[in-house]
Design a protein around this ligand. Structure first.
Ligand code: SF4
Ligand code: SF4
Length: 327
C-alpha cells in the first residue's frame, strides 16, 4: 500500500498548488510513491470523505493558505487529526503572507470597504453578507469571517514549515526528496526547503560601497546593475529575509520583498529590517545638532510610503505586532 498524501488550499491565491508543478517530471515520481487521497485542486473529494478517514490515516499533508475564516480553521483541525505529518506549505500557511496584511484593519473595516464604499458595487440597501441568511428558498450559510488572519501553527500543531510565495521549484524538489528519499526525517518543527543564512549572502550584488541618501519606489528610478539595491535607496529586504530562492528578485533587478520570511534566529522580519536600515542610514556628519539630524532622517524615511506594507508584506500575522487591535 502506498502512503497517502493530501494537499489543501485555505485562504491563499493557489500559487502554492502550482508550485508543485515546478518540479516537472519529479511529480511523476511523487505520484508513484504516494496515493493522493484528498486535493480539491486535482481530485474530486469532499470534506465528508475526509471526515470518514481514520485519525492519522493520511501520511503527509501539505496545507497552504492562511486561516481567514471558520471553514479554514475547521479544515486545519480536521486535517491535523487525519494527518500523521502536517506541513505548513508556503508563506500564507507559514506566516500569514499577504492576506495577513488585512490584520491592519478590522473585519468591520473590510466589509465596509468591500460592500458599502466600493465604487464598483451597487448595494442600495447596504446589505452586508452574514454567516446565516434566510431566503425564500431556505437558509444560506457562509463561513464566519475571523477577526484576524492566522498562520496554520497559530491554530494547530505543525510538523514542518516550507517558506516562499510560492516555494521555489528547486526547493520544492528538496522538500519532496525529504519525504520520498528514504532518509530519516528532520526533527519536528524544522523549516524545509530554505537556506540557513540571510538572503544578502546569496545575492551577487556588491555591498558596502555606498549609503542610501534617499529612498525610491520601483517606478521612480531604474536601478544600477551589480550594486546592492538597498544601498541605491530601493527597499530590498535581503538583510531581513531567509536565503533559499537564490536571490531570484535582486538577480533580476528587482528588490526582495521578503517572501522567504525572516532569517534563522530572527522572530520579527519587519523589526529586523528597521534595525538594518538604522545601522546603514547616515544623516550626515555636518548635521547641526539633534533637530537637523532628526529632520534629515524624517526626510529620508518619508520616501518609505507604506512602512507596514513594506516591512511586513508576508509576516505581519506572525510578527510581534500581529496587526491592529480592534476595539
Ligand atoms: S539588500 Fe538586496 S540587493 Fe542588497 S545585497 Fe541584500 S539581497 Fe542583494
Ligand atoms: S528574492 Fe525575496 S521576494 Fe524574491 S523570491 Fe527570493 S525571498 Fe522571495
Amino acid at each position: 500500500m502506498k502512503p497517502k498524501f493530501a494537499m489543501y488550499w485555505a485562504s491563499g491565491c493557489g500559487g502554492c498548488e502550482i508550485s508543485l508543478l515546478e518540479i516537472h517530471d519529479q511529480i511523476l515520481r511523487f505520484a508513484e510513491v504516494f496515493e493522493i487521497v484528498f486535493c480539491p485542486c486535482l481530485v474530486d473529494g469532499k470534506k465528508e470523505d475526509l471526515a470518514k478517514l481514520g485519525d492519522g490515516a493520511i501520511d503527509l499533508t501539505f496545507f497552504n493558505g492562511a486561516i481567514r475564516n471558520q471553514e479554514d480553521e475547521d479544515m486545519a483541525r480536521l486535517l491535523r487529526t487525519k494527518s500523521r505529518i502536517l506541513v505548513a506549505y508556503g508563506s500564507c500557511a507559514m506566516e500569514g503572507c499577504v492576506p495577513g496584511l488585512s490584520n491592519l484593519s478590522t473585519a468591520a473595516d473590510h466589509f465596509e470597504a468591500v460592500y458599502l464604499k466600493n465604487h464598483t458595487t451597487v448595494n442600495p440597501e447596504a446589505v452586508i453578507p452574514g454567516s446565516r441568511s434566510e431566503v425564500a428558498e431556505g437558509i444560506l450559510s457562509l463561513p464566519v469571517f475571523a477577526a484576524s488572519v492566522r498562520s496554520l501553527d497559530q491554530v494547530v500543531a505543525v510538523d514542518y514549515l516550507v517558506p516562499g510565495c510560492p516555494p521555489e521549484g528547486v526547493q520544492v524538489e528538496k522538500v519532496i526528496e525529504t519525504f520520498v528519499g528514504g532518509s530519516p526525517l528532520p526533527p519536528s518543527g524544522s523549516l524545509l526547503g530554505a537556506g540557513e543564512r540571510a538572503l544578502c549572502e546569496e545575492c551577487p550584488r556588491v555591498r558596502n560601497v555606498r549609503r542610501p541618501t534617499r529612498f525610491y519606489r520601483a517606478h521612480q528610478q531604474i536601478p544600477e546593475e551589480g550594486v546592492c539595491l538597498l544601498e541605491q535607496g530601493f527597499i530590498c529586504l535581503g538583510p531581513a529575509t531567509r536565503s533559499g530562492c537564490g536571490a531570484r528578485c535582486p538577480r533580476n533587478n528587482m528588490v526582495c520583498i521578503g517572501c522567504y520570511g525572516p532569517p534563522p534566529g530572527v522572530d520579527d522580519q519587519g523589526a529586523q529590517m528597521i534595525a538594518a536600515l538604522g545601522s546603514m542610514l547616515d544623516p550626515g556628519k555636518d548635521c547641526d545638532g539633534e533637530v537637523e539630524r532628526t529632520q534629515r532622517l524624517d526626510e529620508l524615511f518619508s520616501g518609505i510610503v507604506d512602512p507596514a506594507g513594506t516591512f511586513y508584506t508576508f509576516s505581519l500575522a506572525k510578527s510581534m505586532l500581529g496587526g491592529k487591535v480592534g476595539r
